[in-house]
Design a protein around this ligand. Structure first.
Ligand code: ATP
Length: 494
């Protein structure tokens, strides 16, 4: 059995659509750029990923609780957070093709090219220079750099570039039914602020003691300049964020702890170590004093999947200033001199992962094409090697044939398993074809009911990854499969 190399993003997009994982939004109207819908299998996989993350945060840690804040927030929130003034991407247009690019991404692309050509020093120097210019908000300098690096538009092939301009990524709309009374409001560009403004509500109502965390899963919206690469960069997406409130001065230790913990999570859901790496930020966001990305090797290269940021007291301090409401915590524990730490605004280390990027990484990693059989019987088999706890269906119950009571027996078995885990029943075609259907959506176990079942109440379990079969008693199914598909198997590995 040999493995075939290199899956392209097109393979992934095709498979996701054909088997009910991800569809383009409003496709009958030719879709809406950078917006996608999850189908019947996609929603299950995504929900399972979200459940694993939620439990990893709020169940494995005594001191982390969750909330669910609204998408709309008071407009001053975004003033305090810095998004009104500073949530910009530098954009540049090619005058010949009229195509718009993100200036930083053009330069990063060039650096990647240097890397690929075996010139890592040049790549590093370019990224450092870009970081310096962006930090100094020297947009002219960024343009000059694009020109001196001779970066050409992929469409027109020219270097006929416009100025670099800052473009705010927040979507806005109006609240209020009458135009005169309405006021400008934003769709949240991150879930984090819903947590910051509820920091004291949660701390007081939950009698939380620093260090403690608040977790949230929810939609976020960004008017991305260049939206491409499928669900990697969308204008509406979902974030899973956790803000961890700590004593000032302890942030670097917590930053290291969360880096390691989050990496373990990604390995626990089945992403291989060699496809994951840390990448320190070239340019720190306006709120951060240390920041790292966990990158995954997508078919288009290593890209950010999760960000871990040490946000200091930036957000709470600004909310305190603008709202005129104290955002302090009283720490009664004693320092080395026996004095209480007293009142302070906590520092924050956050972990922020996109549910959609995690979905894409999981899906790409699971997508497997291998050659099976030999000689004339050689053929390709495609299957999704998903962690059993993440698979849309955990088991498929398949009668070998429909007659002689096998179908009824199989249906009864399927019904008996449904309350424990998601089970599907299929009697629609030859058994090999039915295995293939389950392989394509990643069902880890196929339970086959044959004539022997009618005699001794045993069935075969066919394993997705190895295609091996084993004979087990019907009475053992619930426990045996239930064990393998439980989210505990992921949580135990963190
Ligand atoms: P990028 O540099 O790729 O634009 P970012 O650094 O702006 O991402 P953060 O603000 O740190 O991203 O957001 C945290 C996480 O949210 C990201 O790691 C990513 O998984 C997810 N995310 C951000 N923007 C998008 C998007 N447009 N589509 C899908 N997921 C996104």
């Amino acid at each position: 059995m040999s493995q075939l190399p290199a899956t392209s993003l097109q393979d992934i997009i095709g498979h996701a659509k054909e088997y009910g994982f991800v569809f383009p939004s409003s496709e009958i109207y030719d879709g809406l750029q950078a917006v996608y819908d999850y189908g019947q299998n996609g929603v299950e996989l995504k929900n399972n990923l979200k459940a694993a993350w939620w439990k990893a945060m709020t169940q494995l840690n005594d001191n982390i609780v969750g909330i669910d804040a609204s998408i709309f927030m008071h407009p001053l929130t975004w003033k305090a957070s810095g998004h009104v003034d500073g949530f910009n991407d530098p954009m540049i247009d090619n005058k010949d093709s009229k195509k718009r690019y993100r200036a930083d991404q053009l330069l990063e692309g060039k650096a990647e090219q240097y890397e690929a050509e075996g010139q890592p020093e040049k790549a590093k120097a370019l990224l450092a220079e870009m970081g310096r210019l962006l930090s100094a908000e020297d947009l002219n300098g960024v343009r000059e750099l694009i020109i001196t690096e001779n970066i050409k538009c992929a469409v027109s092939g020219t270097t006929n570039w416009t100025e670099v301009r800052q473009f705010n990524l927040m979507f806005s709309t109006q609240v209020g039914s009458v135009a005169e009374d309405s006021s400008l409001i934003y769709l949240r560009p991150e879930t984090a602020q819903g947590i910051f403004v509820n920091f004291l509500n949660v701390q007081k109502s939950g009698r939380m003691k620093v260090p403690f965390g608040i977790a949230q899963i929810g939609k976020a919206f960004r008017n991305e300049i260049v939206a491409r690469q499928f669900i990697f960069r969308m204008r509406e997406f979902e974030q899973m964020e956790m803000q961890f409130f700590i004593r000032p001065g302890t942030e670097m230790a917590w930053y290291e702890t969360w880096k390691e913990t989050r990496l373990k999570f990604h390995k626990a859901i089945g992403l291989p170590a060699e496809k994951l790496k840390f990448h320190d930020h070239e340019k720190l966001a306006h709120y951060a004093n240390a920041a790292v990305d966990i990158e995954y090797e997508f078919p288009f290269g290593f890209r950010e999947m999760e960000g871990i940021h040490s946000r200091t007291d930036f957000d709470l301090k600004n909310h305190q200033e603008l709202s005129k409401k104290k955002q302090q915590y009283f720490d009664s524990e004693l320092d080395e001199n026996g004095k209480p730490f007293g009142n302070y605004i906590p520092y924050v280390v956050e972990t922020s992962v996109g549910a959609d990027r995690l979905f894409l990484a999981t899906f790409c990693n699971a997508y497997t094409v291998e050659t099976v059989g030999e000689g004339e019987n050689e053929k390709q088999r495609t299957f999704l090697k998903l962690h059993p706890a993440l698979a849309p269906f955990k088991a498929a119950v398949l009668p070998l044939v429909k007659k002689d009571g096998l179908a009824e027996k199989a249906q009864a078995i399927a019904n008996s398993l449904k309350s424990s885990f998601r089970t599907t029943y299929d009697d629609g075609a030859a058994i090999g074809k039915r295995y293939t259907r389950q392989d394509l959506i990643g069902t880890p176990f196929c339970i086959v009911i044959d004539y022997q079942t009618m005699e001794d109440d045993t069935v075969t379990i066919r394993h997705r990854d190895t295609m091996e079969q084993e004979r087990v008693a019907i009475s053992e199914l619930k426990e045996k499969i239930g064990y393998e598909v439980a989210v505990e198997r992921i949580l135990e590995a963190i």
